[in-house]
Design a protein. Structure first.
Ligand SMILES: NC(=O)c1ccc[n+]([C@@H]2O[C@H](COP(=O)([O-])OP(=O)(O)OC[C@H]3O[C@@H](n4cnc5c(N)ncnc54)[C@H](OP(=O)(O)O)[C@@H]3O)[C@@H](O)[C@H]2O)c1
Length: 239
């Protein structure tokens, strides 16, 4: 079975691992990138690189048109693109807050809404949103990021009710701390502090997030929707 898959923010980090996992399994994979050159690793696997900033509605529309033309309507959407802009509340500007929400929550709304058109027509589809353990537990200095990631949970659960009768599942993966550019900016001391609270005592590798995403998009997960799947080494237990 070769499906048409789209992974936003697939040019690096977790998104790249997700795109690679679907391509390795034989799916047709498109991934978005914003600037520079897309990774040759994915191009060599036959993936379709689509330039797209998810904060721009026109670029999103263009990206979908290109994907539909080249590999068919999106059957599996992984909304992975996300940013952080950490700051304590009193120092957090309007721009710090709205730009993170605009990318992580509104950008996700935008790509999911567009994908849902084809899925509704096909009467099947899989949507996986990449949230974060921080959206469930909260994190000092990340009120903007946590709010956007918590918002994804309400968004997914609403859509799972709205789209379930059309055989479209909508699930959330909530990673803990993953070894990518996003967490490489943390100091050794901050990293040690985080790991001390993770029952499994280490960061995740991006491939470990990709494995859960692939499962939620697989036939084996046909009866799972509206779920929030933690892939966090036990960090968020109980949240
Ligand atoms: N790393 C972690 O510990 C962790 C934990 C929990 C959740 N997450 C979530 O997992 C997802 C991937 O994170 P990561 O660690 O792989 O981060 P990353 O290495 O910083 O990569 C972020 C990806 O998102 C893309 N992106 C950002 N803004 C975008 C926009 N406006 N339009 C299109 N693409 C955009 C980036 O594209 P460019 O290359 O063009 O910037 C990049 O591909 C994010 O949603 C993040 O919040 C990460």
């Amino acid at each position: 079975m070769s499906r048409s898959v789209l992974v936003t923010g697939g040019n690096r980090g977790i998104g790249l691992a997700i795109a690679r996992a679907f391509a390795d399994a034989g799916d047709k994979v498109a991934f978005t990138y914003r600037s520079g050159e897309p990774p040759t690793e994915l191009l060599d696997l036959g993936c379709l690189a689509v330039k797209c900033d998810i904060t721009d509605p026109e670029q999103v529309e263009q990206a979908y048109k290109e994907i539909e033309e080249k590999q068919g309507a999106v059957e599996v959407l992984v909304a992975n693109a996300g940013v952080t802009r950490d700051q304590l509340l009193l120092r957090m500007s309007e721009e710090d807050f709205t730009s993170v929400v605009e990318t992580n929550l509104t950008g996700t709304f935008r790509v999911v809404k567009r994908a849902s058109k084809g899925m509704l027509r096909a009467r099947k589809g899989r949507v996986v949103l990449i949230s974060s353990v921080v959206g469930l537990m909260g994190s000092a200095g990340q009120a903007n990021y946590a709010a956007s990631k918590a918002g994804l949970v309400g968004f997914a659960r609403s859509l799972s009710r709205e789209l379930g009768s059309r055989n479209i599942t909508v699930n959330v993966v909530a990673p803990g701390f993953v070894d990518t550019d996003m967490t490489r900016v943390l100091s050794d001391e901050q990293r040690a502090g985080i790991v001390a609270n993770v029952p499994l005592g280490r960061y995740a590798q991006p491939e470990e997030i990709a494995a859960s995403v692939r499962f939620l998009a697989s036939e084996d997960a046909a009866y799972i929707t509206g779920a929030v799947v933690p892939v966090d080494g036990g960090l968020g237990m109980g949240h």
